[in-house]
Design a protein around this ligand. Structure first.
Ligand SMILES: *Cc1c(COP(=O)(O)O)cnc(C)c1O
Length: 348
C-alpha cells in the first residue's frame, strides 16, 4: 500500500491531460491514441489511461507485455498495442493477453503466423529511423500476406526538429508502403508528428510526451498545458553562517548568513545532478535556489527570509520546456525519471 502521507507529491492535472490529447488530435485532424509506456511517462499509466479512455481515447500503446499486464483491463473496449512485439519469451503472455503485438521483424511475423493464425496484430515498418521495424522491402515482399493487420505504422526520426527534410521523406515512404500493404488503419505520427498537421495524420496519431505537457514542437506552444507539479516537504531548516558549505562535495559556499531548507527529493525521484546551478524551489512565487548538488535523496534550498518552517511544503520548479533547456535533460527524461516515491494525486 502506498502511504498517503509521503513527503513528496506529484500533483497531476487531469483537465490538462485531456485537453492536450484533444489538441493533438484536432491539430492532426484524426483520432489520437496514447503512448502510455514507461508507466505513462512517469505519471502512472493506469490513471492516465482511465482518464483518456473516459475522454474517448481508444488506442493505447505500451512497450512490453509486463507493461500491458500492469495496465490491467482498459474501459470502453479500448485497444492496447505492445510496441516491442513478440520475442519467443513473450509468446505465452501474448497469447494470454487481449493486447495486440506490434510485429517488428520477419521472425516476429513468422512467430505470430504460426502461433496465432488469424489473430489481429499491428506491424511497424521502418521508413528511415533505423530503430524497430520491418524494412519497406520486407513489408512489401508478401511476408505480411495472411496477417490480420489492424494498424500499420511507422515512426518519425526528426518530428521534433524545426525543419527537417527527413519528415517529408518518411511521410512519402510511408504513404507508399500504405498503398501496398493492406491494414485496417495507418499511423505515422507521434506528438511532434501530430503538430505537423493533417498530412501526417493518416488514420491515427500516437502522441506520448505532448499528452503529459511536453512541448514537442514550437507549433504547440500555448496549446499544450503543463500536467505535472512537484511539491516536496521540508524535513529540516537550518541557519547557516557565511562561509559554510552545503551538501556533498561542499560545492556551495554560503555568501551571507542564510536559512537552508532540506527537502525530500533526489536522484531516485528524477532530480539529477544536472539541476546543480539551475534548480529552484518556490514559496508563494518567491524563488529559493538550489544550494549545491543533490545529496542522493535530499536537496538543500536557500530559503532566505521566506516564512517557511519544518513540515511545510515547497513547490519545485519543473516547467518542462525551460527545465529541459536549463538542465540539458530532455523533456522525456524529466517525465520518465519521476520515480515511485511520489504520492501521485490528480486535481480532478
Ligand atoms: C513512444 C512512441 C510514441 C510516442 O512518442 P512521443 O514522442 O512521446 O509523442 C509513438 N509511437 C511509437 C512507436 C513510440 O515508440
Amino acid at each position: 500500500m502506498v502511504p498517503n502521507d509521503a513527503p513528496l507529491r506529484l500533483i497531476l492535472d487531469g483537465t490538462a491531460l485531456v485537453s492536450n490529447w484533444r489538441w493533438l488530435s484536432d491539430k492532426a485532424g484524426v483520432p489520437a491514441g496514447a503512448a502510455v509506456k514507461a508507466d505513462g511517462y512517469g505519471l502512472g499509466a493506469r490513471e492516465v489511461s482511465r482518464r483518456l479512455a473516459e475522454a474517448g481515447c481508444r488506442d493505447f500503446f505500451v512497450a512490453t507485455w509486463a507493461e500491458a499486464d500492469a495496465l490491467g483491463s482498459l474501459p470502453f473496449g479500448a485497444a492496447l498495442s505492445v510496441l516491442h512485439g513478440v520475442r519467443e519469451e513473450d509468446m505465452a503472455a501474448a497469447l494470454a493477453s487481449r493486447a495486440r503485438p506490434v510485429l517488428n521483424t520477419p521472425a516476429m511475423v513468422a512467430r505470430w503466423k504460426a502461433a496465432a493464425p488469424g489473430r489481429p496484430c499491428d506491424v511497424m515498418v521502418d521508413t528511415g529511423m533505423n530503430r524497430l521495424g520491418l524494412s519497406i522491402a520486407e513489408a512489401a515482399s508478401g511476408l505480411l500476406d495472411g496477417l490480420e493487420i489492424d494498424l500499420l505504422m511507422s515512426h518519425l526520426a526528426c518530428g521534433d526538429e524545426p525543419a527537417s527534410a527527413m519528415n517529408e521523406q518518411q511521410r512519402v515512404r510511408f504513404a507508399d508502403v500504405a498503398s501496398r500493404v493492406g491494414a485496417q488503419r495507418y499511423s505515422l505520427a507521434n506528438s511532434a508528428g501530430a503538430c505537423l498537421g493533417p498530412d501526417y495524420g493518416f488514420d491515427l496519431v500516437r502522441p506520448g510526451v505532448g499528452l503529459y505537457g511536453g512541448l514537442p514542437r514550437a507549433e504547440a506552444a500555448g496549446h499544450i498545458a503543463q500536467v505535472v507539479r512537484i511539491e516536496a516537504q521540508i524535513l529540516q531548516v537550518r541557519d547557516v553562517p557565511a562561509g559554510d558549505t552545503v551538501g556533498y562535495g561542499a560545492t556551495f559556499t554560503v555568501g551571507g548568513a542564510t536559512r537552508i531548507a532540506i527537502l525530500n527529493l533526489g536522484y531516485a525521484d528524477g532530480y539529477l545532478r544536472a539541476f546543480a546551478g539551475h534548480g529552484l524551489a518556490l514559496h508563494e512565487g518567491v524563488a529559493c535556489p538550489l544550494a549545491g548538488r543533490v545529496s542522493m535523496d535530499l536537496i538543500a534550498v536557500d530559503i532566505g527570509k521566506a516564512p517557511v518552517e519544518e513540515g511545510g511544503w515547497l513547490e519545485i520548479a519543473y516547467q518542462l520546456e525551460s527545465t529541459a533547456a536549463a538542465t540539458g535533460l530532455s523533456q522525456y527524461e524529466l517525465l520518465t525519471g519521476l520515480g515511485s516515491r511520489y504520492q501521485r494525486g490528480w486535481t480532478d
